[in-house]
Design a protein around this ligand. Structure first.
Ligand code: URA
Length: 433
């Protein structure tokens, strides 16, 4: 078999056989197929697509290109959650403790932030001492002991995706639904959970810019999960404004603690209750959404979920005093209030711009090698639908490097304020299964 023939076949709209997909992924993973041929194939896939069977086979081959985590020594049905990423998305850190407090084991491998989106691992690492590089044995021990562990992805997981993603990044072949779906699902499936809940976001702060594309991506991933024997469901959620109010690592951890103490932002809690109730149903703790929501709300009212987070932080070497005393988190040199220049209602809020401002303050990475300042970021005081008077504070900027005129203008430009009343947009459009 020759890679050039496969490229030609896909270029002309043909279907790749199971053997051909195996040849391509096995060959590329083991450096038998060069980057230039894989680039041509990825571009051919972008133009011609993959059908459902090809996408499932591709995912399965990618998943088997490296280690597959065996979580069978953890008792109970393990449900993993994955978000396609957004600004201010700290859901896993609230949802994980809530679901784990309902006795569902949460063994989660998370990622780091890049560009305008933050990463769960970076947020967690704002707690002094906490580490996320834990051996598989300790990971499993921790989940068995306290039902919750959130760690970095094993270096051996899906090497095919590592190589392909790096190539896609520099060949304009990232935004292709079958490639995104197989990339995400190969990693989720290799992580060993029994069921998967996806939070597929759409909007300017998300990877998928429209609801329609988000739904196609969600359906593609659900089909992959089901074909490979996993109960897979997806929320379709709105990322046209940041989730919650805080953007930035330790600021987001403080918002997580507030939420688990019962006074977090409504949208964040609602997303966690909706996602969590699907996870409890997937874990067969109940078959009823209302019961599931009550079980989850109880974990907040009783502070059980907060204690669960504290236990996880301690188990991973972190100073758990920060959970009970969030005022311990280092303060920035300055907190600058950005005030509205007009009266009216917030019509729109550009999540992408605000995520980029937080990154430029030092809270995120432009490239993988950048180091980050965990203390900086933004806390929104007004969101879509809110009434604003002239001089009201729109955003508090936490900074160690001042605020340039350019960044200040970007924050102003992120807000659209109009005279007419504005309804809040729906946060969750649909639950697909
Ligand atoms: N996230 C991934 O893991 N893979 C993609 O292709 C896109 C987003």
């Amino acid at each position: 078999m020759y890679m050039v023939d496969l490229i030609q076949k896909k270029r002309d709209g043909g279907l790749l056989s199971d053997e051909e997909i195996h040849f391509m992924i096995e060959g590329y993973t083991h450096n038998k197929i060069p980057d230039y041929q894989m680039s041509a194939m990825l571009m051919a896939i972008c133009f011609q697509g993959l059908n459902q069977h090809e996408t499932v086979v591709l995912t399965n081959e990618m998943m088997h290109s490296g280690e597959i985590i065996d979580l069978s020594s953890i008792e109970g049905i393990k449900v993993d959650k994955h978000s396609t990423g957004g600004v201010g998305d700290k859901t896993s850190l609230v949802l994980g403790p809530m679901v784990a407090s309902c006795h569902v084991p949460v063994a989660k491998m998370s990622g780091r932030g890049l560009g305008h989106t933050g990463g769960t691992l970076d947020k967690l690492e704002s707690i002094p001492g906490l580490h996320v590089d834990i051996s598989k044995e300790d990971f499993i021990k921790q989940v068995n002991a306290c039902h919750l562990a959130i760690i970095g992805q094993s270096g051996e997981l899906v090497p095919a995706d590592k190589k392909m993603y790096a190539l896609r990044d520099v060949t304009a072949t990232v935004s292709c639904i079958p490639l995104i779906a197989s990339s995400i699902m190969s990693k989720k499936l290799a992580s060993g959970s029994d069921a998967i809940l996806l939070d597929v976001k759409y909007g300017d702060g998300a990877f998928m810019k429209t609801k329609e594309y988000a739904k196609i991506l969600a359906q593609t991933m659900i089909d992959i999960g089901k074909s490979l024997g996993k109960d897979t469901r997806a929320l379709i959620s709105n990322m046209n404004e940041p989730l919650g109010n805080a953007i930035g690592n330790s600021l987001e951890i403080k918002e997580v603690i507030d939420t688990l103490n019962g006074h977090g932002p409504k949208d964040l809690l609602e997303l966690c209750l909706t996602a969590g109730s699907q996870m409890l149903i997937q874990a067969q703790m109940t078959d009823n959404v209302i019961t599931a929501r009550k079980m989850l709300q109880d974990t907040i009212d009783s502070k059980e979920a907060l204690r669960c987070l504290q236990t996880m932080v301690k188990a991973q070497g972190g100073d758990d005093a920060y959970i009970t005393h969030p005022e311990l988190f280092p303060k920035t040199k300055e907190v600058i209030s950005i005030r509205s220049q007009q009266t009216g209602y917030v019509k729109s809020l550009n999540a992408l711009t605000l995520g980029l401002v937080s990154m430029k303050l030092g809270g995120g990475r432009m490239v993988k090698e950048d180091s980050i300042d965990h203390s900086v970021g933004l806390v929104l005081q007004k969101k879509i639908g809110d009434y604003v008077k002239k001089d009201d504070v729109l955003v508090k900027v936490y900074t160690n490097t001042g605020l340039t005129k350019e960044l200040k203008n970007q924050i102003y430009d992120a807000y659209e304020i109009i005279n007419e009343y504005v309804c809040q947009p729906p946060l969750i459009d649909e639950i697909m299964k």
